[in-house]
Design a protein around this ligand. Structure first.
Ligand code: FE2
Length: 382
């Protein structure tokens, strides 16, 4: 059983499901770039006519990529037509799905799926879901009574894939971040806190995060034992368009901005991901000159290695973290990944790196023609 301070029996992050244009090609990408294994498959060969899904795993990292296989599948088509490829749902494993769902909905959570048992000859998986942001879902899952690949209807992949990739050593999920519109951040932070027993433990106000051009506000909510950490960003008016405004415009609404993935050796992980074809944000050499000048920075890794792989470092009152951000992985400048390694009880999100990071993102926004705010710009329809 999980920590008794937690009212809904949260154990850990479980799977994240992406809705994408072509599940087979995206599954290849995750297998080749992250070195994930295609563990299970759902589609016409397994008795499902209108959807294709691939379940990919690596240590505790569990991704599902899903595409529509028939024109009538509005759930998936509607999502990708509006948002592009993106996170449809993310799941947390809980002791008791019904108890977690009832706790949330009795405190105002919006129901998406009531608790149900998904059964086959291998046992059953219990799931329920509540609404998050515009079109995202938070799933409660328990698979204590299931001993096969993932969940019913998923089988051993029928495809004969022979994929090789450099081992990236990715371990699991550290945190998942949402981007919401102006004035929505506190609404969603309160939703997590009241419906799931979370607490706000970081609150970045106006002036805390930004460059001379763009800015954002952010609150971080976490579960009682801190295994689930969920930052929520909203745009803050600056001279130019912020990355959050760009996301809201291009995603056509609020949703998941990035997933931070843990590693125990970030130098090895970033080197392998680069070799496998991942594209990262550019960090200037001046950043590493600044790191070398910091006398309080006592870290295990060599700054030469960090510079070689363009890894960012942030010292906290307790420990330090190393991190780097990918470029957006799809066609729209919306969803991306973060790779993170924590040392000595670090709990932050790289506040000391925000300046370097945002300046790098602003250069990419400028290339896309999304940095200057035009007089006719309004927040997008939703
Ligand atoms: Fe992050």
């Amino acid at each position: 059983m999980s920590d008794s301070k937690d009212p809904i029996g949260i154990r850990k992050y479980d799977f994240v499901e992406f809705y994408v244009g072509s599940a087979k090609m995206v599954a290849y990408w995750y297998a080749k770039v992250f070195g994930m294994e295609i563990t299970a498959y759902l589609g016409p060969e397994t008795g499902v006519r209108d959807t294709v899904s691939y379940y990919l795993t690596k240590n505790d990292l569990k991704f599902v990529v899903t595409s529509p296989a028939q024109p009538g599948n509005f759930d998936v088509w509607g999502f990708i037509q509006k948002h592009g490829d993106g996170v449809k749902r993310w799941a947390i494993e809980v002791d008791d799905v019904s108890a977690a769902f009832n706790y949330a909905t009795s405190r105002g959570a919006v129901m998406v799926r009531r608790p149900e048992k998904l059964e086959d000859t291998h046992g059953y998986v219990e799931e329920a879901a509540i609404r998050l942001y515009d079109d995202t879902e938070l799933v409660y899952v328990n698979r204590d009574h299931y001993d096969y690949l993932f969940k019913p209807k998923y089988c051993v992949p029928v495809q004969q894939l022979n994929l090789e990739a450099k081992d990236t050593g990715v371990v699991g999920i550290d945190h998942i971040v949402g981007n919401v519109r102006e004035n929505e951040m506190s609404l969603w932070a309160d939703y997590f806190n009241s419906c799931m027993g979370f607490e706000t433990f970081v609150d970045f106000k106006a002036g805390d995060i930004g460059t001379k051009f763009s800015a954002l506000l952010s609150k971080v909510v976490r579960s009682a034992d801190s295994v689930i950490r969920n930052p929520i960003n909203e745009p803050y008016r600056g001279a130019k368009k912020s990355q959050i405004e760009e996301y809201i415009e291009q995603y056509y609404g609020s949703g998941v901005q990035h997933i931070a993935i843990q590693t125990e050796d970030i130098v090895k992980t970033i080197a392998a991901l680069r070799e496998n074809g991942m594209e990262f944000l550019n960090i200037p050499d001046t950043y590493y000159d600044m790191l070398r000048g910091r006398e309080d920075l006592n870290i295990e890794e060599s700054i030469d290695d960090l510079q070689k792989h363009r890894i960012l470092c942030d010292k906290e009152s307790k420990g330090y973290l190393l991190q780097l951000f990918t470029k957006p992985i799809g066609d729209r400048p919306t969803f991306f990944f973060e790779i993170i390694q924590r040392h000595g009880g670090s709990e932050g999100f790289g506040k000391g790196n925000f300046q370097a990071l945002f300046e790098s993102i602003e250069l990419d926004q400028k290339l896309r023609g999304n940095l200057e705010r035009k007089p006719e710009d309004v927040m997008p329809p939703c």
